[in-house]
Design a protein around this ligand. Sequence first.
Ligand code: AMP
Length: 193
Amino acid sequence: MSDKKYLALIMVGAPGSGKGTHSADIVEKYKLAHISTGDMLRENVAAKTKFGEMANEYMQKGQLVPDDVIISMVLERLQKEDCEAGCILDGFPRTVEQATALDKALNEQGKPITSVVNLIVEREEILKRLLLRGRDDDNEETINKRLDVFHAQTSPVIEYYEKQSKVINIVAEGDADHMRGIVLSALAKNIGE
Ligand code: AMP
Protein backbone atom coordinates (compact mmCIF):
# COMPACT_ATOMS: atom_id res chain seq x y z
CA MET A 1 0.00 0.00 0.00
CA SER A 2 2.61 2.55 -0.95
CA ASP A 3 0.59 4.07 -3.78
CA LYS A 4 0.76 7.82 -3.24
CA LYS A 5 -2.60 9.47 -3.27
CA TYR A 6 -2.97 12.45 -5.62
CA LEU A 7 -3.20 15.62 -3.53
CA ALA A 8 -4.55 18.98 -4.65
CA LEU A 9 -4.28 21.22 -1.62
CA ILE A 10 -5.11 24.83 -0.98
CA MET A 11 -3.40 26.90 1.69
CA VAL A 12 -5.50 29.82 2.90
CA GLY A 13 -4.73 32.45 5.47
CA ALA A 14 -4.25 36.17 5.79
CA PRO A 15 -0.95 37.64 4.61
CA GLY A 16 1.58 36.78 7.32
CA SER A 17 -0.35 33.79 8.64
CA GLY A 18 2.49 31.41 7.71
CA LYS A 19 1.11 30.16 4.38
CA GLY A 20 4.53 30.17 2.71
CA THR A 21 6.36 28.41 5.53
CA HIS A 22 3.77 25.69 6.03
CA SER A 23 3.31 25.17 2.30
CA ALA A 24 7.05 24.55 2.01
CA ASP A 25 6.87 21.84 4.71
CA ILE A 26 3.92 20.13 3.03
CA VAL A 27 5.64 20.30 -0.36
CA GLU A 28 8.70 18.60 1.05
CA LYS A 29 6.75 15.88 2.81
CA TYR A 30 4.41 14.99 -0.08
CA LYS A 31 6.63 16.05 -3.03
CA LEU A 32 4.05 18.43 -4.46
CA ALA A 33 4.43 21.33 -6.86
CA HIS A 34 4.32 24.58 -4.88
CA ILE A 35 2.25 27.18 -6.68
CA SER A 36 2.42 30.57 -5.00
CA THR A 37 0.60 33.23 -6.98
CA GLY A 38 2.31 35.99 -4.95
CA ASP A 39 5.75 34.56 -5.87
CA MET A 40 4.78 34.13 -9.52
CA LEU A 41 3.60 37.73 -9.67
CA ARG A 42 6.74 39.02 -7.93
CA GLU A 43 8.89 37.10 -10.44
CA ASN A 44 7.06 38.87 -13.24
CA VAL A 45 7.50 42.23 -11.53
CA ALA A 46 11.24 41.59 -11.08
CA ALA A 47 11.61 40.50 -14.72
CA LYS A 48 9.76 43.69 -15.72
CA THR A 49 7.36 41.82 -18.00
CA LYS A 50 4.26 43.62 -19.27
CA PHE A 51 2.17 41.33 -17.12
CA GLY A 52 4.33 42.15 -14.08
CA GLU A 53 3.98 45.88 -14.64
CA MET A 54 0.22 45.59 -14.81
CA ALA A 55 0.03 43.33 -11.73
CA ASN A 56 2.35 45.58 -9.73
CA GLU A 57 -0.10 48.46 -9.90
CA TYR A 58 -2.58 46.40 -7.91
CA MET A 59 0.03 44.83 -5.63
CA GLN A 60 1.44 48.17 -4.54
CA LYS A 61 -2.03 49.28 -3.49
CA GLY A 62 -2.72 46.06 -1.62
CA GLN A 63 -5.49 45.22 -4.08
CA LEU A 64 -6.14 41.92 -5.80
CA VAL A 65 -4.96 41.46 -9.37
CA PRO A 66 -8.06 40.92 -11.61
CA ASP A 67 -9.56 37.42 -11.51
CA ASP A 68 -9.31 36.65 -15.24
CA VAL A 69 -5.54 37.16 -15.43
CA ILE A 70 -4.80 35.29 -12.21
CA ILE A 71 -7.08 32.39 -13.20
CA SER A 72 -5.36 31.95 -16.59
CA MET A 73 -1.93 32.20 -14.96
CA VAL A 74 -2.77 29.40 -12.48
CA LEU A 75 -4.58 27.11 -14.92
CA GLU A 76 -1.61 27.34 -17.27
CA ARG A 77 0.77 26.58 -14.40
CA LEU A 78 -1.30 23.50 -13.46
CA GLN A 79 -0.59 21.99 -16.89
CA LYS A 80 3.11 21.66 -16.10
CA GLU A 81 4.58 18.22 -15.55
CA ASP A 82 5.55 18.81 -11.93
CA CYS A 83 1.84 19.01 -11.01
CA GLU A 84 1.17 15.42 -12.02
CA ALA A 85 1.76 14.02 -8.53
CA GLY A 86 -0.12 16.85 -6.87
CA CYS A 87 0.11 20.48 -5.97
CA ILE A 88 -0.37 22.97 -3.21
CA LEU A 89 -1.85 26.31 -4.06
CA ASP A 90 -0.58 29.08 -1.84
CA GLY A 91 -2.40 32.41 -2.12
CA PHE A 92 -4.96 31.14 -4.62
CA PRO A 93 -7.97 31.07 -4.86
CA ARG A 94 -8.62 34.37 -3.14
CA THR A 95 -12.10 35.02 -4.50
CA VAL A 96 -15.13 32.78 -5.05
CA GLU A 97 -14.80 33.42 -8.79
CA GLN A 98 -11.24 32.05 -8.70
CA ALA A 99 -12.38 29.05 -6.62
CA THR A 100 -15.22 28.27 -9.02
CA ALA A 101 -12.92 28.42 -12.07
CA LEU A 102 -10.34 26.25 -10.31
CA ASP A 103 -12.90 23.64 -9.24
CA LYS A 104 -14.33 23.47 -12.74
CA ALA A 105 -10.90 22.84 -14.28
CA LEU A 106 -9.80 20.29 -11.67
CA ASN A 107 -13.10 18.43 -11.67
CA GLU A 108 -12.91 18.13 -15.44
CA GLN A 109 -9.52 16.49 -15.03
CA GLY A 110 -10.91 14.16 -12.34
CA LYS A 111 -8.52 15.66 -9.77
CA PRO A 112 -10.71 17.63 -7.39
CA ILE A 113 -9.35 19.64 -4.46
CA THR A 114 -8.48 17.25 -1.64
CA SER A 115 -8.33 19.65 1.34
CA VAL A 116 -8.09 23.31 2.22
CA VAL A 117 -5.73 24.24 5.06
CA ASN A 118 -7.02 27.43 6.73
CA LEU A 119 -4.50 29.19 8.98
CA ILE A 120 -6.24 31.44 11.50
CA VAL A 121 -4.25 34.32 13.04
CA GLU A 122 -5.50 37.46 14.86
CA ARG A 123 -5.04 40.81 13.09
CA GLU A 124 -2.71 42.24 15.77
CA GLU A 125 -0.33 39.30 15.51
CA ILE A 126 -0.37 39.59 11.69
CA LEU A 127 0.54 43.28 11.81
CA LYS A 128 3.41 42.53 14.16
CA ARG A 129 4.75 39.74 11.92
CA LEU A 130 4.45 41.64 8.65
CA LEU A 131 6.08 44.81 9.93
CA LEU A 132 9.01 42.65 11.09
CA ARG A 133 9.21 40.95 7.68
CA GLY A 134 9.55 44.33 5.93
CA ARG A 135 8.81 43.25 2.34
CA ASP A 136 8.53 45.90 -0.38
CA ASP A 137 4.73 46.01 -0.35
CA ASP A 138 4.52 45.78 3.47
CA ASN A 139 3.79 48.98 5.33
CA GLU A 140 1.06 49.59 7.89
CA GLU A 141 -1.29 51.07 5.31
CA THR A 142 -0.92 48.33 2.68
CA ILE A 143 -1.01 45.62 5.34
CA ASN A 144 -4.29 46.92 6.74
CA LYS A 145 -5.64 47.20 3.22
CA ARG A 146 -4.56 43.64 2.40
CA LEU A 147 -6.17 42.37 5.58
CA ASP A 148 -9.43 44.16 4.72
CA VAL A 149 -9.32 42.70 1.23
CA PHE A 150 -8.59 39.28 2.70
CA HIS A 151 -11.56 39.38 5.06
CA ALA A 152 -13.94 40.79 2.48
CA GLN A 153 -13.00 38.57 -0.45
CA THR A 154 -11.31 35.48 0.87
CA SER A 155 -13.60 34.62 3.78
CA PRO A 156 -16.30 33.68 1.25
CA VAL A 157 -13.76 31.30 -0.34
CA ILE A 158 -13.41 29.50 2.99
CA GLU A 159 -17.21 29.31 3.29
CA TYR A 160 -17.36 27.99 -0.28
CA TYR A 161 -15.07 25.08 0.65
CA GLU A 162 -16.73 24.62 4.07
CA LYS A 163 -19.85 23.68 2.08
CA GLN A 164 -17.79 20.89 0.49
CA SER A 165 -16.49 19.88 3.97
CA LYS A 166 -12.90 20.31 2.79
CA VAL A 167 -11.59 22.88 5.26
CA ILE A 168 -9.07 22.10 8.02
CA ASN A 169 -9.21 25.06 10.43
CA ILE A 170 -5.97 25.61 12.37
CA VAL A 171 -5.31 28.39 14.88
CA ALA A 172 -1.78 29.38 13.83
CA GLU A 173 -0.79 31.91 16.49
CA GLY A 174 2.29 30.05 17.68
CA ASP A 175 5.73 30.48 16.12
CA ALA A 176 6.53 28.59 12.91
CA ASP A 177 8.50 25.79 14.58
CA HIS A 178 5.74 25.12 17.06
CA MET A 179 3.08 25.18 14.33
CA ARG A 180 5.00 22.93 11.96
CA GLY A 181 4.08 19.61 13.59
CA ILE A 182 0.52 20.72 14.28
CA VAL A 183 -0.14 21.63 10.64
CA LEU A 184 1.43 18.44 9.26
CA SER A 185 -0.43 16.14 11.60
CA ALA A 186 -3.78 17.91 11.06
CA LEU A 187 -3.34 17.42 7.32
CA ALA A 188 -2.23 13.80 7.65
CA LYS A 189 -5.31 13.03 9.72
CA ASN A 190 -7.59 14.82 7.26
CA ILE A 191 -6.30 12.90 4.25
CA GLY A 192 -6.57 9.63 6.15
CA GLU A 193 -2.90 8.77 6.54
P1 AMP B 1 0.88 37.29 -1.42
O1 AMP B 1 2.38 37.16 -1.46
O2 AMP B 1 0.16 36.00 -1.60
O3 AMP B 1 0.41 38.05 -0.20
O4 AMP B 1 0.47 38.19 -2.69
C1 AMP B 1 0.97 39.49 -2.87
C2 AMP B 1 0.03 40.29 -3.78
O5 AMP B 1 -0.11 39.63 -5.04
C3 AMP B 1 -1.40 40.42 -3.25
O6 AMP B 1 -1.54 41.49 -2.35
C4 AMP B 1 -2.18 40.63 -4.54
O7 AMP B 1 -2.03 41.95 -5.02
C5 AMP B 1 -1.47 39.72 -5.52
N1 AMP B 1 -2.05 38.35 -5.54
C6 AMP B 1 -1.47 37.20 -5.12
N2 AMP B 1 -2.29 36.15 -5.28
C7 AMP B 1 -3.44 36.65 -5.83
C8 AMP B 1 -4.68 36.08 -6.23
N3 AMP B 1 -4.95 34.78 -6.08
N4 AMP B 1 -5.62 36.91 -6.75
C9 AMP B 1 -5.39 38.22 -6.92
N5 AMP B 1 -4.25 38.83 -6.55
C10 AMP B 1 -3.27 38.06 -6.01
